[in-house]
Design a protein around this ligand. Structure first.
Ligand code: AHM
Ligand code: MG
Length: 346
């Protein structure tokens, strides 16, 4: 047998099986569950790669539950994720950004221990112009017994695993099961996700900030002050702006190179645009596992209790330096607010 192990790639399935050994009593159920996501990801990637050739670009003609125009690829990705996860006996419930209600697959089966929520194709308005898109997912354990409809509404700190697939210049799967963040690149030659980024750490200070600056005038003062500071070099360096408008791609860059990604609250959208359960929670779990932080501008994202599966939240996520500076801006804004209140005539 050859001693050169480098010729033998570690696939995502092998990695998950290895991870599972850390949990006493864990069977192969978790790797089987995640293989539902990797299979769907490969099917979605195959369509995304041929977009433009196979009449799959453009709108489906329907409006989804978010009031947004559904792209044909949204519909395809949603079906593939739902079908692929639906046959896994370990899953009790799935919920998708594209569907109004969660789908209860197995209400009382004792082995159906997991709930999976996902955005099948985030950033899909970018597809027609060939910009990167992604799939996000978040997995929680459900309470034992018969599934009740509100069991799905749990805070992000209860996630047992989360991650995303980025359909970019290559296709990558990045996940955490609470033991660091690991990235796998799809090798098209063998059709497998191969470990390419083991134990990703977010740099404590990066050089990019990422925000849709067209909202600047409508953001709360602490966000404006913070962005001014990033631009003007107040936090030890002058930050450079990068914004793709596809959260998975913007977050992936932030994860690898540090910096900060912001989707702010605005006057017209006080809760921002991103969804807590499908988008902010997975990103927050990954960021924390990689040594960064994520807040909604006031508190830790992973502590937020959702009222509904489609709840939105502002999101600010980044490395320790950037998040500490944001926190200072927030405290300054609070102090200013209270001194103005003190000065106000009664
Ligand atoms: P979607 O879930 O409908 O695709 O929308 C989410 C996307 C994110 O990927 C991205 O961060 C954001 O919308 C960009 O919004 P904006 O165009 O307002 O900057
Ligand atoms: Mg989305």
């Amino acid at each position: 047998m050859s001693s050169d192990r480098s010729e033998y790639p570690v696939t995502v399935q092998q990695h998950i099986l290895r991870e599972q050994k850390r949990f006493p009593g864990a069977s192969g159920e978790f790797s089987w569950l995640l293989s539902g996501i990797t299979l769907a990801a490969k099917m979605i990637e195959a369509k995304v790669r041929r977009a433009g050739l196979n009449n799959i670009l453009g709108a489906q003609g329907d409006i989804n539950v978010q009031g947004e125009v559904q792209q044909k690829l949204d519909v395809y990705a949603n079906r593939v994720m739902s079908d692929s996860l639906g046959v896994r006996d370990s899953i009790a419930v799935i919920a998708s950004e594209e569907n109004e209600q969660p789908t209860v697959l197995r209400r009382q089966s004792p082995q159906a221990r997991y709930i999976v929520v996902f955005d099948p194709l985030d950033g899909s308005s970018n597809i027609d112009v060939n910009v990167s898109v992604g799939t996000t997912f978040s997995i929680i354990k459900r309470p034992q017994g018969v599934y009740c409809d509100n069991d799905i509404l749990r805070p992000g700190y209860e996630q047992v695993a989360a991650g995303y697939v980025l359909y970019g210049s290559s296709t990558m799967l990045v996940y955490t099961a609470g033991n660091g963040v690991h990235g796998f690149t799809l090798d098209p030659g063998i059709g497998a996700f191969v470990l390419s980024h083991e134990d990703i750490r977010m740099p404590t200070q990066g050089k990019y900030y990422s925000v849709n600056e067209s909202h600047y005038a409508d953001m709360p003062p602490e966000f404006r002050k913070y962005i001014d500071g990033l631009r003007s070099g107040q936090y030890g360096r002058k930050y450079v702006s990068r914004y793709i408008g596809s959260m998975v791609a913007d977050f992936h860059r932030t994860l690898l190179t540090g910096g900060v990604f912001i989707y702010p609250p605005t006057k017209s959208h006080p809760s921002g645009k991103l969804r807590l359960m499908y988008e902010a929670n997975p990103v927050a779990f990954l960021a924390e596992q990689a040594g960064g932080k994520a807040t909604n501008g006031q508190e830790r994202v992973l502590n937020l209790m959702p009222d509904g599966i489609h709840d939105r939240t502002p999101l600010i996520v980044g490395g320790l330096t950037e998040m500490t500076e944001f926190e200072k801006c927030r405290r300054d804004a609070l102090r200013q607010d209270s001194s103005e209140l003190n000065r106000a005539p009664i």
